[in-house]
Design a protein around this ligand. Structure first.
Ligand code: GLU
Length: 499
């Protein structure tokens, strides 16, 4: 965290998703920004589940959100699974707390009971709209005569509790946008307690942010209008409003909000597709943040992001998701890993895709198979098909390879040369493998052939395929004599066909 952000020392921030769907990339980015601020400022990162919509909130989505965050490396200090001093961390378990605050606002006259039914409200709204007026709650219940009030209370009819929006200007202190001032007369007397006694969204959020001692609220700019109501509630409850940062939402390349139409939108989809968590984190951070003017760096590890991320570098402009850029970044992160690390990362995908034969390989050979394909990987799953080359039985030719071998001139002589060169080399390390390929080239040259005349049948005979990893890896994987044996098996099959 840069020094200019020193007001961010010990920031207590929260990520407050509603578990009504899998963790969306946009929410993952919100979580990331909060996490970076918490970690960079030596503060705390709170996970709170806003599950007040009991119909749409699902346990499976809670799990997906938490798993996806863990996969991204965004660990939290307090949350529904680990508890903490300000729990519970699920809003559905905090209704009693909200009720207490709702009653306090009522007792202080900062809120009032509203007996208007949904039907009545709807009728008045329609009338207002028909008269060309914008509808805002008309405050019918804000100033009921005492006898009317007593009658309604005695009737025991259902009521909601509305916040009495005070007159004046409300200032939202936004770290990205400066002070956002709104005339309170533009705001409805919004509902803070529903008729079933549960808290409305705004009250729940503010009570949580107060009781969880949140110092900075970082979330998408779709909540900017809510922030005005939140500031009013903070003040009404005698609490200082936290600082806000409303970052831009994610948009697709066509400028509309990022949705399934553009491609995968949930973090878990990217995990399944074989993206590296560090690459996704890197890309999501870069979508609205850069290290500074003239600093062209684009590749950051999470530790570097913690070190370098600063509010100063965050831009308010539209964040456009660029799939090609993500792939490029993923590739850079894969490149930066050692062969052994990439092998570890690929292994779960071998398990998932049922590639038991590859998994049964001794580790050093599996590592060669991974190394053979890793340079072309944009995602960890990209090389799986190519890796299958290494578990093909000897002499099994696909149609294309078969046709190619059938028409190759001087094929038998080329294969003889391959076998001779291979059998002469006892070692199977990289240098030996490179030496073998060089010798084959030299043998071709001696005969006035192009190198392909030997190397092509070599590939076809060893793998039975027309495409596949670099020859050097084939030799390293099977060893020179193993390759020679495979060529011999193929040669015998070809022989058999001729007879
Ligand atoms: N639960 C809200 C959402 O998922 C977030 C509210 C907030 O961050 O204040 O959009």
């Amino acid at each position: 965290m840069s020094l200019a952000d020193d007001e961010l020392t010990g920031a207590r921030v929260r990520f407050a998703p509603s578990p009504t769907g899998k963790l969306h990339l946009g929410s993952g980015r919100t979580a990331l920004f909060n996490w970076l601020v918490a970690r960079g400022s030596g503060g705390a990162f709170v996970l709170r589940l806003e599950d007040t919509d009991s119909e749409r909130s699902k346990a499976e989505f809670e799990l997906d959100i938490m798993d996806s965050m863990r996969w991204m490396g965004l660990d939290w200090d307090e949350g529904p699974d680990i508890g903490g001093p300000h729990g519970p961390y699920r809003q559905s378990e905090r209704m009693e707390i909200y009720r207490g605050y709702g009653e306090r606002l009522l007792a202080e006259g900062k809120a009032y009971k509203c007996w208007c039914s949904a039907t009545e409200l709807d009728e008045r709204k329609k009338a207002a709209v028909a008269a060309g007026k914008a509808w805002r709650y008309d405050r019918k219940c804000a100033s009921l005569a005492p006898d009317e009030l007593a009658r309604l209370e005695a009737e025991d009819a259902p009521y909601t509790v509305r916040f009495r929006v005070p007159a004046g200007t409300v200032a939202v202190d936004d770290m990205l946008r400066g002070d956002v001032n709104v005339d309170a007369s533009e705001i409805d007397d919004f509902i803070i307690m529903r008729s079933d006694g549960t808290a409305g969204f705004h009250l729940a959020v503010v009570v949580d942010d107060i009781t969880m001692e949140i110092t900075h609220i970082i979330r998408g700019d779709d909540h900017l209008t809510n922030a005005v109501r939140h500031v009013l509630l903070f003040l009404a409850l005698g609490a200082a409003a936290p600082r806000f940062l409303h970052h831009s939402l994610l948009f697709g390349p066509d400028g509309t909000k990022l949705s399934k139409r553009h491609g995968s939108t949930s973090v878990s989809d990217y995990r399944e597709q074989g993206y590296l968590p560090d690459a996704l984190v890197n890309y999501l951070a870069l979508l609205s943040w850069s290290p500074g003017a003239g600093d062209e760096r684009e590749i950051f590890t999470p530790a570097q992001l913690i070190e370098e991320f600063s509010i100063k570098g965050v831009s308010a402009s539209k964040a456009i998701f660029d799939f090609d850029k993500l792939n490029w970044i993923d590739r850079q992160h894969i490149k930066a890993k050692s062969d052994s690390e990439v092998t570890d990362l690929v292994e779960p995908f071998l398990v998932k895709t049922g590639r038991g034969e590859l998994l049964d390989l001794p580790r050093d050979r599996l590592e060669i198979a991974v190394t053979a394909v890793r340079n072309s990987l944009e995602r960890l799953t990209d090389g799986l098909d190519q890796m299958d080359t290494f578990v093909r039985p000897a002499g099994l030719l696909d149609a294309k390879a078969s046709a190619e071998l059938a028409k190759a001139n001087e094929r038998d002589e080329a294969l003889e040369i391959c076998m001779r060169v291979l059998r002469a080399e006892p070692s199977s390390d990289r240098e030996a493998a490179e030496r073998i390929v060089e010798t084959m080239r030299a043998e071709a040259k001696e005969r006035g052939w192009g190198a392909k005349k030997i190397l092509w049948p070599f590939r076809l005979a060893v793998t039975g395929l027309t495409i596949g990893p670099d020859l050097v890896y084939l030799i390293m994987f099977w060893g020179p004599s193993g390759c020679a044996d495979r060529i011999e098996t193929t040669a015998r099959k070809l022989e058999g066909k001729r007879e």
